[in-house]
Each structure stands twice: as structure tokens, then as C-alpha cells.
Write a protein that binds this ligand. Structure first.
Ligand code: S3P
Length: 183
């Protein structure tokens, strides 16, 4: 594995929309007694409007600027679990910031499973197209290699319950950070 930044001991979750970053992240944080931070929530809080409204006002590029600024604002975090938005890996600067935060874990799942989960919530601005399934397939194909390159550890959660996925990530973090006392 490429060198993990060990000083702050954060767990950073990356992955496509619907990969369970927020749900699994909350479970991990609960088990470890860590703070849980969701970059989308940080962006919404700082902007004072929801993600759809940010996209409508500033476009995707404007949202990406806010996303980088949100990541930069997290540099004080230690022993936290950080869930990120699905497009965070697109910028090299963001990938650097994520690596500085701690162990970067990719939550992976099959394209079918992800689309099934995502289509339960129709709010995501990037999927407001005539053919969301096709848009999803294109995004998935374009991003998959970027996630793989950005990740320091990968978990395929297609067929496992969220709780088991959380335990697996904790196991890896314990190994990487050499925690003796973690639950
Ligand atoms: C995005 C994913 C969303 C959110 C925004 C853009 C993306 O987060 O950041 O709608 O580019 O994949 P989730 O991955 O939590 O859905």
C-alpha cells in the first residue's frame, strides 16, 4: 500500500454515489467513538443552501470549488471519519488533501447495485438528465479508475451488510494505525 499519512488517524471514505459512505461512515464513527464529518454536509452548511441549489446557481464547477474549500477546512481533524461526495476524487488537489487527512478507503459496489440504491433518491443533480441510467453508466466508467488510483484500501460492499462493511474498515484502520486500544 502507498504510504498512509499516519499523524491524524482519520478514516476517509470515497466512492460512487450510493456506495454507502455516509451510512457506513456513521457506523464506523459510532463504534470508535470518533467524530463523523460528511463533506457534502459541510458544503451545505457553509453555503447555506442545499446541493441542488448550489448546482443550479453555480453549476458543477462552482460546486467543485466549494468542495475543495470544504476539504481544506478539515485540516484540524483527528481521529474522525470523513465521508466524501462521489466526485471529490476528480481534482488532483482534493486527492492530495484526502491523503493528508488519513487512510483513504474506497467503498466499491457493482454498477447495478449502486444504481438501484441511487434511484431511490432522485435528488442528485448530476442524474437530472433524460436518461439517468445512461448518465450513471458513463460516470461510473469514467470514475472507476480514478477511485482505484486514489484509494489506499478498497472494500467491495456489494454483497455485505453495512455493519459488516464498517467492521472490515475498522479492522484495516486498526492494522494501519497500529491501534492497541480501539474497540
Ligand atoms: C456527486 C455526489 C454527491 C454530491 C454531489 C455530486 C458526484 O454526493 O457531492 O451531488 O459528483 O458524484 P454522494 O456521493 O454522497 O451522493
Amino acid at each position: 500500500m502507498r504510504g498512509v499519512s499516519l499523524s491524524r488517524q482519520n478514516i476517509v471514505l470515497i466512492g460512487f454515489m450510493g456506495s454507502g459512505k455516509s451510512t457506513i461512515g456513521r457506523l464506523i464513527a459510532g463504534r470508535l467513538g470518533f467524530q463523523f464529518v460528511d463533506t457534502d454536509a459541510v458544503i451545505v452548511q457553509r453555503a447555506g443552501m442545499d446541493i441542488a441549489a448550489i448546482f443550479a446557481r453555480d453549476g458543477e464547477e462552482g460546486f467543485r470549488e466549494l468542495e475543495t474549500a470544504a476539504l481544506e477546512s478539515l485540516d484540524h481533524l483527528q481521529r474522525s471519519v470523513i465521508a466524501t461526495g462521489g466526485g471529490v476524487v476528480l481534482r488532483e488537489r482534493n486527492r492530495e488533501l484526502l491523503r493528508e487527512l488519513g487512510l483513504v478507503v474506497l467503498l466499491k459496489a457493482s454498477e447495478e447495485a449502486l444504481f438501484e440504491r441511487v434511484s431511490r433518491n432522485t435528488k442528485r443533480p448530476l442524474l437530472q438528465t433524460e436518461n439517468p441510467r445512461e448518465t450513471f453508466a458513463k460516470l461510473y466508467a469514467a470514475r472507476e479508475p480514478i477511485y482505484e488510483a486514489a484509494a489506499q484500501w478498497t472494500l467491495d460492499s456489494t454483497a455485505i451488510p453495512h455493519r459488516a462493511a464498517a467492521e472490515a474498515v475498522i479492522g484495516e484502520a486498526r492494522r494501519v494505525f497500529a491501534w492497541q486500544d480501539a474497540p
